[in-house]
Design a protein around this ligand. Structure first.
Ligand code: ATP
Ligand code: MG
Length: 273
């Protein structure tokens, strides 16, 4: 039985990143959004990093949804181990171009399109790359070319990358210094604060149609401590607590439920070796 059925709610709270996710805006996300807007307006290059499960992809999807179609032409790329060939393949396809086999030719087509776009009052181009920590070294080097090209062509596009913190570590390497120097904005998305974690949990419950608070303050504090406010972990702990409480026929989740879920997780990990 699903959480929704067990508890008699209208939807399942803490569900994984479907499009129906009610966006919770934390202070860090508001700040990141404001900075991204500046990068887009300034035709710049920006990078947002965040821990695993901190909400980067949810955030990027929200930007894609919210940028006005009449004003912006958004090219969203999310591909494991992105290489220059994939990059040009994706953006040229979005631009309705056929994709030449060689990277050099593809780069040329892109360059021509970007040049012909320069100075025109059409929609501004925004390239978004998610899961950027996985991009190949070649792709990181290609960013340098793109940045130079953006400057030469009076910049017809902005580029925003999101990825896990290891991307920052890669960019610190000497061989990538030229790229990190060319970034106009770098921002790190932390987990939610304790107050935000509380508001997030309450929002999820309300959205599901719960009429009682269900999660006690002490339970929320314990969830915050264990998750550091990372939404994916908060979701998973809350879901497990809801199952655990239902099994015990409790209508309220207290710290004890959270501790037993955490102890169970610990034990499962130990068993898994
Ligand atoms: N701002 C938010 N509002 C509501 N739910 C969120 C928010 N941010 C994250 N979540 C929830 O947390 C889950 C994990 O978020 P997301 O997949 O965006 O993290 P990520 O940082 O992209 O992770 P990864 O590093 O693994 O790519 C989402 O499926 C969603 O349910
Ligand atoms: Mg992600």
């Amino acid at each position: 039985m699903s959480i929704q059925e067990i508890w008699g709610w209208s939807t399942t709270p803490f569900a994984r990143g479907s499009d129906g996710v009610v966006f919770f805006e934390s202070h860090a996300q508001r700040e990141a959004l404001a900075r991204i807007e500046l990068v887009i307006e300034g035709h710049g290059f920006g990078l947002v990093t965040g821990e695993v499960g901190s909400g980067k992809s949810t955030f990027v999807r929200r930007i894609v949804r919210e940028l006005d179609d009449m004003q912006y032409f958004v090219m969203y790329i999310c591909k494991a181990s992105l290489k220059p060939r994939d990059f040009y393949g994706e953006i040229l396809a979005r631009l309705g171009e056929s994709v030449p086999f060689s990277v050099a030719k593809a780069r040329k087509v892109w360059e021509e399109r970007a040049l012909s776009q320069a100075g025109r009052p059409d929609r501004q181009w925004v390239v978004l790359i998610d899961e950027a920590q996985e991009m190949s070294d070649d792709m990181l080097q290609e960013l340098r070319f793109l940045r130079n090209q953006a400057m030469d062509a009076q910049s017809v596009f902005s580029l925003i990358m999101t990825g896990q913190p290891e991307l920052r570590r890669r960019l610190r390497l000497k061989k990538h210094e030229a790229i990190s120097q060319r970034l106009d904005m770098v921002y790190h998305l932390h987990g939610l604060t304790q107050d935000e974690t509380t508001a997030y949990i309450r929002q999820q419950m309300q959205q599901a149609g719960a009429t009682l608070p269900v999660f006690s303050d002490s339970a929320i504090r314990a969830i915050y401590r264990a998750s550091q406010g990372l939404p994916r972990i908060v979701n998973s702990l809350c879901t497990q607590c809801l199952y655990a409480a239902a099994t015990k026929q409790s209508e309220v989740i207290d710290e004890g439920h959270v501790q037993s879920v955490l102890a169970d997780q610990e034990q499962q990990r130990g068993t898994a070796g």
